[in-house]
Design a protein around this ligand. Structure first.
Ligand code: ADE
Length: 289
């Protein structure tokens, strides 16, 4: 479908995670709430403008009052709604637990890999059964994040935050089902698997973005040490919330400087945009009639 948005192009969509419910310091242009074949998105989408004039779209993953659990986030509608606005790239934010000593609460992480612990529980495709066309597709997902944008996002995040906040790159995220946190045994197992951080929100979002031919990069903000540390109490919500304020303030700091360059990185002639556009045509298995 042609994009439903007729204003200046919106290349970047931001999905805010826990604590990040709006964009600060940007001029709000309008709010839209498009109906998609999968219903409405988690929240109305705010269209805003940076001081340099770049238009961006913002969506709160858990709703504006955090009323949606990770398992009930309407990811198909969220991705479809952003795609419908003509967005080319999604910058996602999410609070994560740390599975590594060196990733402390309040550190930032730009992961490069995912281990899926939501498989078979959440619908993770626009294709296949239930789809009117009965089209089956297998998206390439070996590199779940956009490999052109990911290192740039890591660099820009580091630049924006300066020496006071550690930014870790090339880490593996475990996405678990929830809503309860992991047992100590699970947490230790995820470490043995090579997991570095853990959340409940990146899937199926990243898979659906790939199917929608949208570049997707995650900025993960660390809130706790999960449950693997023998000498520490296992994570609870009060611990997660303790790091929120600092993480949200730092996320806003990153957003202040990252949106203009990101917009250009998915411009008409940009490598990342050209690579993503049309990429799904090599993934369809169903024979044309
Ligand atoms: N989100 C923030 N901390 C988390 C943890 N320890 N496990 C799963 N999701 C999280």
């Amino acid at each position: 479908h042609a994009p439903s948005w007729t204003g200046p192009p919106i290349h970047v969509g931001v999905i805010g995670g826990s604590g990040l419910y709006k964009l600060e310091g940007l001029d709000v242009i309008t709010e839209v709430n498009p109906m998609t074949p999968w219903g409405h998105a988690s929240s109305p989408i705010t269209v805003a403008k940076t001081p340099a004039g770049t238009h961006v779209a913002f969506l709160a993953r858990h709703g504006l009052t955090h009323s949606l659990s990770p398992s009930s986030v309407p990811s198909l509608a969220n991705i479809a709604a952003l795609k419908h606005l003509g967005v080319r790239c999604i910058l996602a934010f999410s609070a994560v637990g740390s599975l590594r000593e060196e990733i402390a609460p309040k550190d930032f992480v730009v992961p490069s890999q995912i281990i899926d612990r939501t498989k078979g529980i959440r619908r993770a495709t626009f294709f296949g059964e239930g789809n009117q066309n009965g089209v089956v597709a297998h998206a390439t997902f070996g590199d779940p994040f956009d490999e052109i944008l990911r290192p740039v996002v890591e660099k820009l995040t580091r630049q924006a935050l300066g020496p006071d906040v550690k930014v870790h790159g090339r880490k593996t995220l475990v996405c678990m089902e929830g809503p309860s946190f992991s047992t100590r045994a699970e947490s230790i197992m995820y470490r043995a698997w090579g997991g570095d951080v853990i959340n409940m929100s990146t899937l199926p979002e990243a898979k659906l973005a790939r199917e929608a031919e949208l570049s997707y990069v995650l900025i993960a903000t660390s809130t706790d040490y999960d449950a693997w540390r023998e000498t520490s109490a296992a994570v609870d919500v009060s611990e997660v919330i303790k790091s929120f304020q600092a993480n949200v303030a730092n996320s806003q700091k990153v957003l202040k400087t990252i949106l203009d360059p990101l917009h250009d990185l998915v411009g008409d002639d940009a490598e990342a945009f050209k690579k993503a556009q049309g990429s799904m045509k090599f993934s369809v298995m169903t024979k044309p009639e």
